[in-house]
Design a binder for this molecule. Sequence first.
Ligand code: ZN
Length: 282
Amino acid sequence: MAHDVHMHMVLDGVDWKAGIGRHKTQVQEDYVKNVLEIYRQKGYTYLRDGGDRWGVGLRAGSLAGEYGITYRTPLSPLCQKGHYGAFIGKTYENMYGYAALVQEIRQQGGDFIKIMISGLMDFDRFGVLTEEGLPPAQIKELIHIAHEEGFSVMAHANGARTVEAAAEAGVDSVEHGAYLDEDALHAMAEMGTVWVPTLSTVANLRGKGRFCEEAVVRIWESAAENVSRFASMGGLLACGSDAGAWAVEHGCGTEEVLLHQILGDGCDEILERGFCKIKEKF
Ligand SMILES: [Zn+2]
């Protein structure tokens, strides 16, 4: 049974602005149904959405049962004003604002909380993130508030210190996780954090000519190396492609192939452990 623990119903893998624009005034239910049908035909039974603020994931969640799919959504990702994520999420200015959004997500039926705590990779420059992560104390508080409200937390996080801080604060899953070091990997392994490396978002850029090929290949290689190290530490990994991101079409299945390339024979067992934890928490 296939699953994708990180996808975005609102995005279409081609053009994020057009993807969002499609649903901006009203969720296009036929579009959502078509995407769910793609997943159904490919045997998917579990999807975890990375969120959007237009209610597309919410609508998908209400329809998914008809397609035999368990669907989890955080509704809007939450991001600090002035930082990465405002294009798709809701922003808060301080912890009071954040706590109010957590309450709103509860009232509107969100399944978990998604926080954006770092920038993303600059695909033209190896080792560079578009911005630094939030301070560790703040990351800790965001996770604490959500946990106090009974929610599990998915964190968009890149960079070793950001991921280490999130893991130590008990975040339930780390998404992307570019440029990790030994300490960050250890923190996740020790805390039982599920790492969803979304390798497809990098690997699928290879040979496309959209970004500097050398940088893309180096980013991919460093991610692959970290995934391998994390697996050897006994860390929990799960299969989430970030479907809807550029060059990652819904149901394309590239994430599982990439993880198999890296993890070899033990791959299925490793991913099953990670997926079990995801189902338990989300
Ligand atoms: Zn995502």
